[in-house]
Design a binder for this molecule. Structure first.
Ligand SMILES: NC(=O)c1ccc[n+]([C@@H]2O[C@H](COP(=O)([O-])OP(=O)(O)OC[C@H]3O[C@@H](n4cnc5c(N)ncnc54)[C@H](OP(=O)(O)O)[C@@H]3O)[C@@H](O)[C@H]2O)c1
Length: 278
């Protein structure tokens, strides 16, 4: 497909988030029309406020869809997708998370995935593993900042994850938004190798990373700490489920999907550390 055939714009949801921000930047770097949407975005879009949906969809030809985890928002987001398809949006790229396809059929993420498959002529599902940037911008950074640099999780130091660089995820999303060959595809994106939390802190120690020490907590201790930070019970339960998946080795799996999507290997964690936090 020729990019010139797309005069209308892409609506990027979650535009202030780790993924949405990068997708928006990359679309614009390529000179493609794109608009960032969130509660506080260039265009106001709130999954919980149906009145915000129609104005946000004006002039939109394709969508990047990202819905916060465990916020109880996916039913609303599904209704938004229905409205988008009825308004003529033809392309949707959805991010969920690695392993979403193994959840129960009525899980929030699986329901959203099947809505996207059913509603759009051109769709792609992108399921990233935990991001490298969780240590600089996301969950792990927030947790460590509240404990003077010590990341405390209900996982042993030797637990391993094939962390993926958010830029590789964003490039994959942009490829899917702009090239037919990615339609009707599902990509599980990982980094090139599993890395343990012990190795992570070895690499980030002495840098400006917010995370430079690690301690294992039990699940109840993590629960207490996280709810004390104001996080909802539902969110913390979902996190604990994802930590169990790490403990069971399921997040250490390495896929070929960055290579399938981008034709090159994923960025190694060590390169991310060198470039992002030194
Ligand atoms: N981080 C990871 O390791 C990881 C791994 C795998 C999958 N994922 C998935 O990838 C997606 C994006 O993750 P992320 O880390 O980029 O998220 P994030 O940084 O937490 O950003 C969330 C975005 O959603 C917007 N948002 C929150 N509530 C909203 C509402 N009611 N209506 C509209 N927008 C709302 C926020 O903007 P406003 O506050 O301005 O509304 C923000 O832009 C999520 O679905 C996550 O589950 C993340």
């Amino acid at each position: 497909m020729n990019l010139g055939e797309h005069p209308m714009s892409t609506l990027v949801t979650g535009a202030g988030g780790q993924l949405g921000r990068r997708v928006l930047t990359e679309l614009r770097r390529r000179g493609l029309p794109a608009v960032g949407a969130s509660r506080d975005g260039e265009v106001r879009l709130d999954w919980t406020d149906t009145a915000s949906w129609k104005p946000a969809l004006e002039g939109v030809e394709s969508l990047f869809v990202t819905v916060p985890m465990a916020g109880g928002l996916s039913e609303r987001a599904g209704a938004f997708l229905q409205q988008a398809a009825e308004a003529g949006v033809g392309t949707a790229v959805l991010t969920t998370a690695m392993g979403a396809e193994d959840g129960p059929p009525d899980s929030e993420q699986r329901v959203l995935e099947s809505r996207v498959r059913d509603l759009f002529d051109r769709w792609t599902i992108v399921r990233p593993n935990w991001l490298d940037q969780d240590f600089t911008e996301g969950l792990f950074a927030r947790l460590a900042r509240s404990r003077n640099g010590r990341l405390e999780l209900p996982l042993p130091k030797r637990a391993a994850v094939s962390f993926v660089d958010a830029a590789d995820v964003a490039y994959t999303v942009v490829a899917a938004l702009t090239r037919d060959e990615h339609h009707e595809r599902e990509y599980t994106l990982t980094g090139p190798a599993p890395i343990t939390f012990r190795e992570v802190v070895k690499q980030t120690k002495g840098t400006e990373s917010p995370v430079w020490r690690y301690k294992k907590l039990d699940e109840a201790g993590f629960y207490f700490r996280a709810t004390n930070m104001g996080w909802s019970e539902r969110y913390v339960d979902t996190l604990n489920e994802r930590f169990r998946a790490i403990a069971n080795g399921r997040a250490a799996v390495v896929t070929e999907d960055v290579r399938r999507a981008l034709g090159r290997d994923p960025v190694p964690f060590a390169k991310f550390v060198r470039e992002a936090v030194i």
